[in-house]
Ligand binder design. Structure first.
Ligand code: SF4
Length: 458
C-alpha cells in the first residue's frame, strides 16, 4: 500500500538539473500570468463572469445525465453519429473502428487533451495508423517523441534553438536556423500536405451545447478547421463534462477561456460545428473515463467544471519550477493533481503534495474551482488510505504525539537544540532533503518559552 510508482520530486529534480531552463520556464509562464491579469482587469465584469460560469457549470454537473441525453438527441437530429465510451480503451476502439470502416491508416489530429489522457496516438500506432498532430506545439513534442508538458502550450519547455535542431532533423530546415517565423512557416508547409492528403480529421471539443447538439473547438492556428473542412470524416472526442446547457452561455466561456489562458481577448478561431457538410461524415465520441466516479465524490466534483485554460499552471510556483513532465500525467499542474488521483490513487498519490497550497490557482481559475482546498483534501484522503511513504507517515505520527504533549515537546526541543549544536552532521547531511536545498538555521540556545519567561513574564 505504501509503494508509489512515480514520484514528482524525483522527476522535478531532473528538470531542475538545467537551471537556466528552469529560470526561463518560470519567467515565461509568469509573463503569461501577467498578461492574463491585464486582460482580466480590462473587464469590470470579470468577477461576475467567473461567478456566472461557475454557476452554469454547477447546473451542468447537477443535471449531467439529462443534458447528455438532450445533446445526444439533438446531435443525432443534426446528422452527427454519437458514440459513448465508458473508458479510454473503449474510446480508442471506437475511433479505430471508424477508421477501419473507411480503410484509413493516416489521420490528422488537432490538439485534444482527452486523446492524450486515453493514449490514443500509441493505440493507433500499435494498430498501424499514422497520426499527425497539427497544433504546432503538439507537432513539436510529437516529433520529439514526448508528451505535452502543458495543456495550452504543449512545448513551453522547449527553446527555439532546440526546435530548430528538431526541424532540421525531421523537416530538413537549414541547420542552425532558429528563427521562429521561419520554423513556423516550415511546419505549415509540411502540415499543409497532410491536411490536403488525409481523409479523416480528429478534433477535441471545448464546449458542446445541449440545446442545439453543436460543439465548439477553439484554436489559435486554425488547424482544427483545416482538418475538419478538408476531411471526408470528422471525429470529435469530448469528455462528458464539456457540456453547457444553451448556446447563449457560450459568450460567458469564450470570454473567459483565452483571457485566462494567454491573455488574448478571444481565441483566433472559435469554430462551431453543428452538422456534417454534404457528403461528409461527422462522429462525436462522448467519453466518461472516470468522470462519473469523480462526480460522485462530493468534495472533488467541482473540479469537473474545468475548461482547461491552463491559468492554474501558469501561476503555480511549483509547476513553473518543476515542469509539466514531473506530473507524469496528461493534465499537469494544480488541476491535474486533483484529477489524476481520481483515475489511479496509487500511481498519482504524490501529486496533491506537489503544491505550496498558496491558493494562487484558485484565485485565477475562471470557473472558481477551489483547487488548493481540494489538493489539501486529497492529501488527507491519501494519508488515510496509506498512499504516503512509510518514513513520512511515521515521522508525522511521532510529530503529532510530540506536539500534543507539552512535556515531551519541551524535552524533544531541548535535545534537538543540543544535538544540532554539538553534532550538526546529524541533521546537515545528504539524507536530509531539506538540507540538500537549503541552509539549516543555527539552533538557539534556549526555546522561545524559556526566553519569554526570563524577559517578559512579570
Ligand atoms: S482548473 Fe481552472 S485555472 Fe486550471 S485549467 Fe481548469 S479552468 Fe483553468
Amino acid at each position: 500500500m505504501n509503494q508509489r510508482i512515480k514520484d514528482h520530486p524525483d522527476l522535478a529534480e531532473k528538470f531542475n538539473a538545467d537551471e537556466a531552463r528552469v529560470n526561463w520556464h518560470d519567467e515565461t509562464l509568469w509573463w503569461i500570468r501577467q498578461k492574463r491579469d491585464k486582460a482580466a482587469w480590462l473587464l469590470p465584469e470579470w468577477e461576475q463572469l467567473r461567478e456566472t460560469a461557475s454557476l452554469i457549470k454547477h447546473n451542468v454537473l447537477s443535471n449531467l445525465s439529462e443534458y447528455l441525453l438532450q445533446f445526444e438527441q439533438k446531435a443525432r437530429e443534426n446528422g452527427i453519429v454519437v458514440h459513448w465510451a465508458a473508458d479510454g480503451d473503449e474510446h480508442n476502439r471506437i475511433v479505430h473502428s471508424i477508421l477501419k470502416q473507411h480503410g484509413i491508416t493516416q489521420i490528422v489530429k488537432s490538439k485534444s487533451m482527452l486523446t492524450e489522457e486515453c493514449h490514443l496516438n500509441h493505440y493507433l500506432a500499435d494498430n498501424g495508423v499514422d497520426v499527425v498532430d497539427t497544433d504546432l506545439g503538439e507537432r513539436i513534442v510529437q516529433l520529439a517523441k514526448e508528451p505535452p508538458s502543458h495543456i495550452v502550450l504543449p512545448c513551453i519547455h522547449w527553446k527555439k534553438e532546440e526546435i530548430g535542431e528538431l526541424f532540421h532533423e525531421h523537416l530538413g530546415t537549414p541547420k542552425g536556423n532558429a528563427d521562429p517565423q521561419f520554423l513556423t512557416h516550415a511546419a505549415r508547409l509540411s502540415l499543409r500536405k497532410n491536411f490536403l492528403e488525409r481523409k479523416v480529421a480528429l478534433t477535441g471539443v471545448n464546449f458542446a451545447v445541449a440545446e442545439t447538439g453543436e460543439f465548439v473547438v477553439c484554436t489559435n492556428e486554425g488547424n482544427a478547421d483545416m482538418g475538419a473542412h478538408l476531411s471526408d470524416v470528422h471525429i470529435a472526442c469530448m469528455g462528458i463534462e464539456k457540456l453547457i446547457p444553451q448556446r447563449k452561455h457560450l459568450g460567458v466561456f469564450l470570454r473567459l477561456l483565452t483571457r485566462s489562458a494567454t491573455g488574448q481577448p478571444i481565441t483566433t478561431y472559435s469554430s462551431h460545428f453543428a452538422k456534417p457538410r454534404k457528403g461528409q461524415e461527422m462522429h462525436i465520441v462522448l467519453v466518461d473515463n472516470g468522470r462519473s466516479a469523480h462526480l460522485g465524490k462530493e468534495s472533488f466534483r467541482n473540479a469537473l467544471k474545468c475548461i482547461r485554460c491552463g491559468a492554474c499552471m501558469n501561476t503555480c510556483p511549483v509547476y513553473r519550477r518543476s515542469g509539466g513532465h514531473s506530473y507524469h500525467n496528461a493534465v499537469a499542474g494544480p488541476i491535474g493533481s486533483i484529477l489524476a488521483p481520481n483515475f489511479d490513487m496509487r500511481a498519482n498519490a504524490d501529486l496533491p503534495f506537489a503544491s505550496t497550497l498558496c491558493g494562487s490557482c484558485s484565485n485565477v481559475c475562471p470557473v472558481k474551482i477551489d483547487i488548493h482546498n481540494q489538493l489539501y483534501q486529497w492529501r488527507q484522503v491519501l494519508v488515510k488510505e496509506g498512499f504516503t511513504p512509510r518514513a513520512k507517515t511515521a515521522a508525522m505520527k511521532a510529530m503529532a504525539v510530540t506536539l500534543a504533549n507539552p512535556g515531551m515537546y519541551k524535552i524533544a526541543g531541548k535535545m534537538g537544540r543540543i544535538a544540532m549544536r554539538a553534532v550538526p552532521g546529524l541533521v546537515n547531511n545528504k539524507f536530509n532533503p531539506w538540507y540538500n536545498q537549503r541552509e539549516m538555521p543555527v539552533p538557539p540556545k534556549e526555546s522561545f518559552k524559556e526566553w519569554y519567561q526570563k524577559n517578559r513574564k512579570s
